[in-house]
Design a protein around this ligand. Structure first.
Ligand code: LFR
Length: 462
């Protein structure tokens, strides 16, 4: 994506789009990282001369380098099953309550900490001298320089969200060698310049600086929430739905842990207090199983299916792995004694109702647990294109939804670079620029929230 930022303008255009296709090999599910890096180089070539480059991606995953700085194997996908049962073993050494109080991270099986412990005896980790999170790895290949960007580091479960530094105590108790990680760097910090071979590959003229951004895509997306004031919740919708609040301090209470809220770090001392919800992954996997029908038609059909006939818990990690998604959703409905959706339209409706319900629960729980009330829900990311999901979310939350921008992560990425180069002000200034320049759609809640509350109770009871 190429951004153009002026005093009163902000434009984004797509230079190049390439697929991100995980590959299943006998050892498990892997990222095809060289194909992704090839896509980055193609993108830079297509973008043409730029003043700065910034990289963000999904969180938690990493590549391991040997002593020569060469990559040791394909990074493991966080949906790989190697972390099954690892957390329970970790809690025998550091009880879950202590782990949460120290790191503020929700329990997700794929947190980097659990991945590292799952790989403890592996040949690769034994031989590794450096660990780079995915965006830091791509940035290393572009610049030759290594660092660990803070917002993404906060998803490793090895960072203390109060000090915003490594949690040395947790690392040493669990035998994680923190010297594997490159020094921390923060959004806005310089990250080097494109290497001569990258310039040659892409046809760009040097020097081209690489700027550290909120390299966790969700941190970049939250930075691009076009909110004013503090009384807002956000939902970053895409493969995942990340729903919660922006706070200035973490919430580390036992109640918050039980509700599985995470405290990830955001821009400028902020905390992203949110819950991971399975998101449009549920629909993407069904669409893949159904042989990729046209999505617009499917959503129109789903809109005609009666609301809230059956819902599943869209926060359930049981839906994490790929495969057989329509069957798994039907099985979850059957197991909880609800009508079993069977046609693609019925299953799609079940997914969208379930997501809206999970959005409602997250927005409601976050306000209560953080003591931070909101008046509006901002929906950003790919899900803003799904008008039915936006309307259902407004209805379920009983709050207006402001949808947009769609390319929030790319905009947050670009704005942090622009700020580092003196073009925009602080987070408030960035958000004002977004509000003035980006098309936004408002959805007013329709009806009462009573049916949603009933479905929520039904799900909790079942
Ligand atoms: C969204 C995201 C989420 C993270 C998940 C796994 O793309 O980055 O924030 O929990 O992917 O990395």
């Amino acid at each position: 994506m190429v951004g153009r930022v002026g005093a009163d303008s902000l434009e984004l255009s797509e230079a190049h789009r390439f697929p991100n296709r995980p590959v299943r090999v006998p050892e498990g599910l892997r990222w095809d990282i060289l194909a992704l890096y090839g896509g980055v180089l193609d993108g830079l070539r297509a973008a043409g001369q730029v003043d700065s480059v910034g990289i963000d991606s999904w969180a938690v995953d990493y590549g391991l380098l040997d002593g020569d700085g060469a990559l040791l194997g394909n990074p493991v996908h966080y949906r790989d099953s190697r972390t099954e049962g690892v957390a329970e073993k970790v809690w025998a050494t550091v009880p879950a309550e202590q782990l949460y109080a120290a790191t503020g991270l929700q329990h997700a099986p794929f947190n980097t900490l659990y991945q590292l412990l799952a790989a403890r005896e592996s040949a690769q980790l034994t031989h590794a001298e450096r660990l780079l999170l995915i965006p830091d790895l791509l940035s290393y290949w572009l610049t030759g320089e290594q660092g660990t960007e803070l917002t993404n580091a906060s998803t490793t479960q090895l960072i203390d969200p109060r000090t915003r530094e490594w949690s040395y105590d947790i690392a040493s108790r669990l035998g994680v060698d923190l010297s594997l990680f490159a020094p921390l760097r923060r959004p806005g910090d310089p990250a080097g310049v494109l290497l001569p071979e990258v310039l040659e590959e892409t046809g760009l003229r040097g020097p081209v600086p690489v700027t550290t951004v909120g390299s966790h895509d969700t941190a970049s997306a939250v930075a691009a929430v076009p909110a004013s004031g503090e009384r807002f919740a956000y939902i970053c919708t895409g493969t995942w739905s990340l729903a919660g609040l922006e706070l200035d301090a973490p919430v580390l209470t036992e109640e918050s842990r039980a509700a599985n809220f995470t405290n990830e770090l955001g821009l400028d001392g902020t905390v992203r207090y949110l819950r991971n919800i399975m998101g449009l992954w549920l629909l993407q996997e069904c669409v893949r199983a159904w042989g990729k029908p046209e999505l617009g038609g499917l959503l129109l059909e789903a809109a005609k299916v009666p609301a809230l006939r059956s819902v599943v818990d869209a926060g359930d990690a049981a839906f994490l792995a790929p495969g057989r998604m329509p069957e798994r959703i039907a099985e979850a409905c059957r197991a909880s004694g609800q009508p079993v959706p069977s046609s693609p339209a019925e299953i799609t409706r079940c997914i969208l109702d379930s997501l809206a319900l999970a959005h409602r629960r997250a927005v409601e729980d976050a306000q209560r647990l953080a003591g931070h009330p909101v008046d509006v829900v901002h929906v950003v990311g790919g899900g803003t294109r799904n008008a039915l999901l936006c309307q259902l979310t407004a209805d379920a939350c009983g709050l207006p939804v402001v949808a947009g921008p769609t390319e929030a992560a790319a905009l947050g990425n670009v704005l942090v670079q622009a700020r580092a180069h003196g073009l925009v002000g602080d987070l408030t200034g960035m958000r004002q620029l977004l509000t003035r320049t980006q098309p936004l759609t408002r959805y007013e809640p329709q009806g009462t929230t009573a049916p949603w509350r009933e479905s929520q109770d039904r799900l909790a009871g079942g």
